[in-house]
Design a protein around this ligand. Structure first.
Ligand code: NDP
Length: 794
């Protein structure tokens, strides 16, 4: 080719990264690896192994031990043995260990980058510039939390032994996201990498040991899904942290239900990438490249749903197609690549099948007409447009290099389309009008929103989702809390069962009831008769009928949830306004203190002074959350870019609350007040044996300017109504306090929309003790942190 032709095309040849060091490392291990347990490699106890292949060539890369029950048990025992001493180390010592690991990652960054590229198929440009530096950054950041733990988390202790299960799309980075906070805060770890990509986890374990990490603190058990399941089921595990598909996340939620194991799930996504007509079009086109062709689109937060404002759609898609023509797909070790190989043939087939189905459903398709390498699992950058929002390609996670384009007309329609997904992980908004971009960012149901940017990550800014994208955050302060438990609840004892006196058999006895008022339910700001028209008598401890309440059923819960949903303006109300109403409720309660105290005494048989103390504490607690309403606010992170990330605690939405049987008024106030202070709307099932304080309480609400639907009260069976709340897909979170059976049911039945459950596992907390019954412990659970990234500059 002539020189002038080169200038015309600006094409360039391959620039491969050397893989000698990586191949030597594999040779050193004879390309055969055991588990890494208690500081050393160990073969599998049952001798079973499995191979992994190079995605770019299809050649066998190495053999790994398949983790058996005995292997998992050995790793958990090693982690347990190491945990006490590791947690007892001063934070500074743990900080030094994490710092040493971070340095080790940097020192061996090139080796790690090459091994990762060979093993996963992703371009070395990405492993070198993104995966590995970010992994090191996570260890640096969390070395900091270890250093600050004694002051910043003084009222918390480590969770204990943590089981971590990670996927294949960012093997080392996902490890870093999980291992760094766990170790920093005094936990020990058993980690199972994905079967396709175990190499960098094992290399990391070797490097960490060489950096002086004590044996047993970090253990790696390789294996397939069955090995992950063994880890989930192991009774010696205190917490499971999982990243992967929503399907497996759901299985894990069900299996851990009621076990008391703490759980965080980072699952799939179908993230919107919204382009307004005033966006910088070239910038946004480049954004799409980073959103969906980064890592071959195998990214949980990939901007896979491209929503373009109608007026610019033809121009935008034309420029995007032109840009697609210039993308380079090739061998991962070539440093001049945009895309490498898909992780495995099975994934490639899945992508092909989904795209074919999308086309059958009417989508138009454009695939870059570029050369693909022979052999290996490669797929062309693909754009589908004219896609219906209900098409499978618009709803399912494709997990491949496939952008799916739709159009919208107005900002409201963009928001509606964007939120029309069972997922809620991330979103990108492109507009040069900052007011519009931030307005939309606030309304998106997602854990992370990037304004005029995409796929930005930093260890200081939490990452995680809403809805079926899972719960919990990784990174930042909010991520640190996921590896800690409050000291205040550590010694809680199982709740003594409250004997509920039974009414003598009264069948056929039509005598007039002893009380003439039946307390109704409270739905949408109005007293409502129960759907079934049944009532239940409420008895004093001595068996005397002291009142009657409605027997709520599923239908009543449905009505209450609908009322709570339509009270969405409460979430948008100012914190000042919410605080004022909480104070007003407290004031009105104070005016009726004696009456409320008498009611508590007669229901529970407790002394007048104890009942009065409960009312006084309830008033104080309402004040506490009135105080917090405008003070529990976010943070501004300054990640390593020109810009900020706003960490905003957001209300979860509609929250179901099953109140504990004891403390009829204070139990309800302690749970409902933090939730409404943060802008949630609640559907509450009051104490089952003592519901009259709650039915009295709504008469206080009626005079306190609380908008209808913010607090709804449905009396009846805690178990039955709790189940209706747990399985309701429009309930965004559930707080369930009571028996251990209630906790198990709540966690099991909540898998539909994967709502987060906050429960006491049948342990009793002292609601009169502010350390146990109030404060930021509750406010954190009443909110999810949304990180809004706003880069700035020219
Ligand atoms: P999985 O959810 O199956 O795998 C994630 C991890 O969980 C792997 O380590 C896997 O082991 C392990 N695992 C599998 N089954 C179980 C189980 N029953 N109990 C405990 N652990 C288990 O994802 P896949 O790798 O199969 O990918 C399938 C789809 O999931 C993708 O196409 C994509 O849509 C989505 N996905 C989403 C990710 C995200 O980050 N949101 C990441 C990866 C996938 P093993 O590797 O041996 O199967």
């Amino acid at each position: 080719m002539s020189v002038s032709a080169y200038f015309d095309q600006m094409s360039y040849g391959p620039a491969p990264e050397a893989d000698t060091e990586a191949r030597n490392w594999l040779k050193h291990h004879h390309s055969t690896f055991g588990h890494f347990i208690n500081g050393a490699f160990r073969p599998s106890t049952w001798g079973k192994t499995f191979p992994a292949f190079e995605p770019a060539t299809g050649k066998e890369l190495a053999m790994f031990a398949a983790g058996s029950a005995e292997d998992v048990d050995g790793a958990v025992s090693a982690a347990r043995k190491a945990q006490g001493a590791w947690a007892k180390l001063p934070g500074h010592q743990r900080a030094r260990h994490l710092y040493a690991i971070a340095r080790m990652i940097q020192r061996h960054g090139r080796l790690l980058a090459v091994v990762e590229a060979i093993d996963n198929g992703k371009p070395v440009r990405e492993t070198r510039d993104i995966d590995i530096p970010l992994a090191a950054r996570h260890f640096y950041h969390h070395a900091g939390w270890a250093q600050l733990q004694e002051t910043e988390f003084a009222d918390h202790t480590p969770v204990g032994v943590v089981g971590q299960i990670i996927p294949w799309n960012f093997p080392l980075l996902m490890l870093a996201w999980k291992v760094a906070p766990a170790l920093a805060l005094g936990n020990t770890v058993v980690l199972k990498p994905a079967e396709f990509t175990s190499l960098t986890a094992l290399l990391f374990a070797e490097l960490a040991a060489a950096a002086g990490l004590p044996p047993g603190v970090l253990n790696i058990v390789t294996g397939e899904g069955d090995t992950g399941a063994l880890l989930v089921d192991h009774p010696g595990i205190d917490k499971i942290a999982f990243t992967g598909s929503t399907e497996v996340g759901r299985v894990i939620r069900q299996k851990t239900a009621g076990s008391g194991k703490s759980l965080t799930l980072e699952l799939g996504g179908k993230s919107p990438f919204i382009v307004f007509d005033d966006a910088d079009i070239d910038g946004a086109v480049e954004g799409v490249v980073d959103a969906i062709w980064f890592n071959q689109g195998q990214v949980c937060c990939a901007g896979s749903r491209l929503l373009v404002q109608e007026g610019i759609a033809p121009k935008f898609l034309a420029r995007l197609r032109r840009r697609m023509q210039t993308l380079r797909v090739g061998q991962p070790l070539d440093k001049c690549l945009d895309m490498g190989a898909i992780v495995a043939p099975v994934q490639l087939k899945r992508i092909e099948a989904l795209v074919n189905q999308g086309v059958e459903e009417g989508a138009e398709i454009y695939q870059a007409e570029i050369d693909l390498p022979k052999g290996g699992s490669f797929y062309r950058p693909t754009l589908l447009w004219n896609v219906q929002p209900t098409s499978i390609v618009a709803t399912e996670e494709i997990f491949g290099p496939v952008a799916v384009a739709m159009t919208f007309r107005t900002p409201d329609e963009a928001i509606q389309l964007a939120n029309h997904s069972r997922y809620g992980l991330a979103a990108s908004v492109w507009s040069e009008t900052i007011g519009l971009a931030l307005h939309v960012a606030a309304k998106l149901s997602a854990g992370v929103v990037w304004v005029n940017a995409t796929n930005l990550f930093d260890a200081a800014a939490g990452f995680g989702g809403k809805k079926e994208s899972g719960f919990g955050r990784e990174g930042g302060r909010e991520g640190a809390y996921e590896y800690l438990k409050p000291k205040a609840w550590a010694n809680a004892k199982p709740r003594a069962e409250i004997a509920v006196p039974q009414l003598k058999n009264t069948t056929g006895d039509f005598a007039a009831p002893l009380v003439d008022r039946t307390a109704k339910l409270y739905v949408g700001g109005k007293q409502a008769r129960p759907d079934g028209n049944y009532n239940r008598p409420i008895l004093s401890p001595k068996g005397k009928v002291i009142g009657e309440v409605g027997e709520g059923n599923r239908k009543d819960i449905r009505n209450a949830v609908a009322a709570a949903q339509s009270a969405a303006s409460w979430t948008g109300a100012t914190a000042h306004n919410r605080a004022q109403i909480l104070y007003y409720i407290a004031e009105n309660l104070a005016a009726r203190e004696e009456e409320f105290a008498a009611r508590i005494a007669v229901q529970t048989g407790r002394s007048a002074s104890s009942a009065k103390a409960e009312v006084d504490m309830s008033i104080s607690r309402l004040f506490t959350y009135g105080a917090w309403a405008d003070k529990f606010d976010g943070q501004v992170h300054t990640p390593p870019l020109r810009g900020v990330a706003l960490a905003l605690p957001e209300a979860q939405g509609v929250v179901g609350v099953v109140c504990p049987p004891e403390a009829p008024l204070l139990g309800l106030v302690s749970l409902v007040a933090p939730l409404i202070a943060m802008g949630n709307r609640v559907v509450t099932v009051p104490s089952e044996p003592h519901p009259l304080s709650a039915t009295d309480f709504y008469t206080v609400l009626e005079t306190s300017d609380l908008p209808g639907g913010v607090i709804n009260i449905v009396t009846g069976s805690a178990m039955e109504l709790g189940k209706a709340l747990a399985s309701h897909n429009d309930v965004d979170a559930l707080w369930a306090f009571g028996s251990a059976e209630l906790s198990t049911m709540a966690e099991k039945a909540s898998v539909g929309n994967l709502k987060r459950v906050f429960t006491d596992y049948g342990k009793a907390w002292d609601w009169m003790d502010p350390a146990q019954g109030e404060g930021s412990l509750y406010l954190r659970r009443a909110t999810d942190v949304k990180n809004v990234w706003i880069p700035y500059g020219e």
